[in-house]
Design a protein around this ligand. Sequence first.
Ligand code: Y12
Ligand code: CO
Length: 175
Amino acid sequence: MKLPVVVYPDKRLKLISTEVTEFDADLHEFLDNMYDTMIESNGIGLAAIQVAIQKRILILCIPNEEGEQHYEDLLEIINPVLSNEQGSIVYQEGCLSVPSFYEDIERHEKVTLDYQDRHGKAQRLEAEGLLCVAIQHELDHLDGKLFIEKLSYIRRKKFEKEYKKLQKSKKKEAS
Ligand code: Y12
Ligand code: CO
């Protein structure tokens, strides 16, 4: 089932998400709904707070070389902890909660991620490239941060002006 996506400037996107302690059927159903929401919205990553659930959960499904997303490549990441951050990479980021806006953002080039899977089992992965960028983007959501906060003052001002205009025209279109 597709869930409604919370969109900037909704204040819920600023909330700090809390640890998951129950790895039960409700969690599994929620993860399945997150997957449907991400795929039906053409996303490659989604954090729980983007569907209004304040829990330390994110999912990622990085497309293969043909640009296809497969369920087998889905990563369900719960209570993540980042370490061993190395280097830097600039990548054009987008976010389902900030529709129609993409910008180059600097992140670490390589990271190690410890997390729990849907059964509460401890997992570790080493990431680089798009996976590494997307992990950092989604982890920021768990701490109430959006990629637009990484823009320079001037670029942010320009974004706010353009975004307001776009939201206005979308509202007019819908009415
Ligand atoms: C770099 C860093 C992080 C990520 C993962 C999270 N972002 C997304 O999954 C963004 C998806 C997205 C999809 C959109 O929809 C379409 O393209 C049809 C989109 O467009 C609109 O909202 C109009 C914007 C973002 C990825 C890369
Ligand atoms: Co995002």
